[in-house]
Design a binder for this molecule. Structure first.
Ligand code: NAP
Length: 773
């Protein structure tokens, strides 16, 4: 027999001289077909594939189909020379095949550090197959590698063989301490050659996981379909079967013998899974019996989002990265020169307020209806975390979310760590909230969040009496111990941070006495305002705000104000375009955010507020703007922090003003999604706007009342959504088209931007993979 070396992938081929497949059915036949498709035994490749099957017809069919070179109904004649033997027989046939094999294979061939012959299997359960091997060989040979391809179909027999069955599917190998690394490598190479992803797991774990993910669903399908098929009105049931029932009948159409074998072989793990399921079903039954709609919603909501949640968690992606991936490929904006700006529009909701509406809605008593909700990373992560803690949340659907609040003490312990993706604000705010709960919890995030320090919240929370463990350097994961009595503190924040302030105030809700936070510079106050909107008293005097623990929140409808940062693009569009007249409805005008209004007014914009009111503690107004010539100004330093996100658009306003606009004290702009000063300067240069960059700002020379203010050009937004949208606006006074690359991120802050821009008269189109829409 040719000596088999540990198999290597050679150009996608497996380096085995002779593969013997025992059991030429769906799984064995598909393996042969996949190997053939990878070139095994084809076009000069020396390998042969032989098969053993009780049915001579199946062997003949396998030869006819070109899957195998030869075969026999008895093992004895085939083992000689085989370097890799794959057992693809039903699980309950494994014992007899293994015993036969043990008698035919000299022990030295399947044992030792580098066994000549490697034996593997495909059985759907592993402990039973391992026990067969133990009985047959007297111990586990080092050349034995048990495995299970997680791929299949309801069909059986070699005629159903499919060369692509394993492509992009998982194969679980369950090596033991006896398994030789060389044997493991050869079986790994076999499956990789078939296009599969190979994973390793121990035997017991495999059986438990499969009992839940595969065996239990099949058991339920068999049982449900059988139960309904035995009822009097069964013909009606099957005649009107809808999609859901069809899915059940599809898996109940699987091979009965194979499943009988699986349930026999994996009895213990299946019964444990079934017990858990019965307990869950009993809870649901009770909720239905009692008409407990919150309990039902909580279960259904959690279940309906489970897939997205676990995909994000397993892939360690942010919630929005998932969303972005759906955007597929690169997105380019093409903005034609000229256009008008007129009409009445509402831009998407404020991200920070959307986020907090979920947090406070969940802790409130009663149902909170949120309108104008913006799906940001923090909001999505927070929605999921509350679902994990038993809160029923409907939506989001077209900006509407309904949160069924559970009250300050109604959260339930989550089943595992809470995964917040890339949401830094969510993690910091949750740290405060969870510190006051009666259960332990753990907060984890994606790879980039895991590098960010959490000490700035963990340290003051510890001062309040919280028990929080962090990884090295104060980094996530955060392990938060429940049932710790919290005491209010008087905290001087070393840095101006709305996140730290909000975190401490949320912990303060659960603390004894007053929690006071002093900020060195004003920060956004959305948390305080929304707490007040939910009926919780929050005090403010000078640079300090405080609240007293032990109160309650009362649900209140929230019409999320439009985000002033998003409104800015349209304010600037109208401000620079002669003849324009625009109304932006229901825009948040929180005093910590209105720098852009103040700056545009200083530049001479004809801008005024109407219909001012307070919604959920936040001031909102309709913004009206008409064209008026702008003049260059020195931007007052005290307005810079209040307009920090709005500068990319304000630079376009400056490029259209008369004279020079000077910005200083804006070094923070260099560390945003991009170095915004440089990225904007590069874009301004591309369209011919004169400017000078300085360390903490920029001077921009405006075009004055020239009808065409600058040329066109191609801009790289560097994935920065605000830069992309700013140059769309710039095109209104450009002489030629402006093309902006890398715009997919616009959807994260401003879904539907180009559609809305077109409705007021901008001429912008999206181009995805080369085609304009
Ligand atoms: P299949 O299409 O029925 O094929 C099994 C084959 O094994 C049949 O051709 C059968 O021949 C043959 N066989 C039975 N006893 C034998 C013996 N003592 N010696 C040699 N051959 C024997 O079933 P399958 O779907 O391929 O399943 C095979 C294995 O794969 C099972 O262990 C199953 O648990 C596992 N698996 C199946 C799936 C799936 O979705 N189907 C997925 C993953 C893993 P006869 O029909 O003539 O008896």
């Amino acid at each position: 027999m040719a000596e088999a070396t540990p198999s290597r992938m050679t150009g996608g081929l497996v380096d085995e001289p002779k593969v013997l497949i025992v059991g030429l059915g769906l799984i064995g036949g598909s393996l042969a077909a996949a190997l053939r498709a990878a070139g095994f035994g084809q076009g000069g490749h020396p390998g042969t594939i032989v098969a053993c099957d009780p049915s001579a017809d199946e062997i003949a069919r396998g030869i006819d189909m070109g899957l195998i070179d030869s075969g026999a109904t008895q093992l004895a004649s085939l083992v000689e020379g085989a370097s890799l033997i794959v057992l693809a027989v039903p699980v309950l046939a494994m014992q007899s095949v293994m015993s036969e094999l043990a008698a035919l294979l000299p022990e030295a061939q399947v044992s030792g550090g580098a066994p000549q012959v490697v034996v593997t299997d495909v059985g759907s359960t592993k402990a039973a197959v391992r026990d067969c091997a133990l009985r047959a060989f007297g111990r586990l040979p080092s050349g034995l590698v048990l495995g299970h391809p997680i791929a299949g179909s309801e069909k059986s027999g070699v005629s159903a063989a499919n060369p692509r069955l394993y492509v992009d599917h998982k194969v679980i190998l369950t090596p033991t301490s006896e398994t030789s690394p060389g044997a493991l490598a050869r079986v790994t190479a076999l499956w990789r050659a078939c296009g599969a992803e190979v994973l390793e797991m121990d035997v017991a774990r495999h059986d438990q996981v499969l009992a839940r993910t595969s065996h239990l669903p099949h058991l339920l399908a068999f049982s449900l379909v059988d139960t309904l098929a035995r009822q009097d009105e069964r013909l009606e049931i099957f005649r009107y079967a809808a999609g859901g029932f069809r899915d059940f009948t599809r898996i109940a159409g699987s091979d009965p013998v194979m499943w009988r074998d699986i349930f026999t072989a994996n009895r213990e793990a299946v019964l444990t899974a079934l017990n858990d399921f019965e307990a869950g079903l009993a809870r649901l039954k009770l909720a239905v019996e009692r008409g407990d709609s919150d309990a039902m919603l909580a279960i259904f909501d959690r279940a309906s989002h489970a897939r997205h949640y676990f995909d994000s968690l397993l892939n360690q992606t942010s919630y929005q990265a998932e969303y972005q991936m759906q955007q597929q490929g690169k997105l380019t904006f093409r903005a034609a020169p000229g256009g008008r700006v007129a009409g009445r529009i509402r831009v998407p909701g404020d991200k920070s307020i959307s986020h907090r509406s979920i947090m406070l809605g969940a802790l409130a008593e009663g149902v909170t209806e949120v309108k104008g909700f913006l799906e940001g990373e923090d909001s999505l992560a927070t929605l999921q975390a509350f679902r994990e803690m038993g809160v029923a949340i409907e939506g989001p659907h077209q900006g509407r979310v309904i949160v069924h609040g559970v009250g300050m003490h109604g959260l339930k312990a989550p089943a595992g760590p809470l995964y917040v993706g890339n949401a830094g604000t969510a993690m910091r705010l949750f740290a405060g909230l969870l510190a006051g709960q009666a259960f332990d919890s753990e907060l984890i995030g994606d790879a980039s969040l895991t590098k960010r320090p959490m000490g700035r919240v963990a340290d003051p929370l510890r001062l309040m009496g919280a028990k929080i463990d962090t990884a090295e350097g104060g980094r996530p994961p955060l392990k938060i111990h429940g049932r710790q009595p919290l005491k209010g503190i008087d905290y001087d924040m070393p840095m101006a941070s709305a996140q730290v302030k909000s975190c401490l105030l949320l912990a303060g809700l659960y603390a004894e006495g007053e929690t006071r936070v002093r900020e060195p510079a004003p920060t956004r106050d959305h948390t305080e305002r929304m707490l007040a909107g939910f009926g919780y008293e929050v005090h403010r005097e000078g640079d300090t705000c405080w609240l007293r623990g032990g109160g309650k929140l009362t649900a209140a409808p929230i019409d999320v104000p439009s985000d002033i940062s998003s409104a800015t693009f349209f304010l600037v569009a109208a401000a620079i375009t002669p003849g324009s007249n625009l109304t932006l409805e229901h825009v948040g005008i929180n005093p910590t955010r209105i720098g852009v209004i103040n700056i545009l007014k200083l530049m001479g914009a004809d801008l005024w507020l109407a219909n001012e009111q307070e919604v959920g503690g936040e001031p909102v107004a309709d913004l009206h703007i008409r064209y008026a010539p702008l003049k260059g100004i020195d931007i007052p330093l005290d307005q810079v922090p209040l307009a920090i996100d709005e500068f990319p658009a304000l630079f376009i306003a400056a490029a259209n003003a008369t004279g020079v606009t000077r910005l200083r004290g804006a070094e923070e702009l260099r560390v945003k999604e991009s170095d915004r000063i440089q990225a904007m300067a590069d874009g301004l240069a591309a369209i011919g706007v004169t400017h000078t960059v300085v360390e903490d700002g920029i001077d921009i020379v405006g075009a004055g009342d020239r009808e065409i203010a600058y040329g066109g050009g191609r801009i790289d937004s560097l994935g920065d959504h605000r830069i992309a949208m700013s140059f769309v606006v710039a095109a209104l006074r450009a002489g030629e088209e402006i093309v902006i690359d890398d715009c997919a991120n616009v959807a994260t802050s401003f879904p539907g931007f180009t559609e809305l821009a077109r409705t007021v008269g901008l001429m912008v189109n999206e181009e995805r993979g080369g085609s304009a829409s």
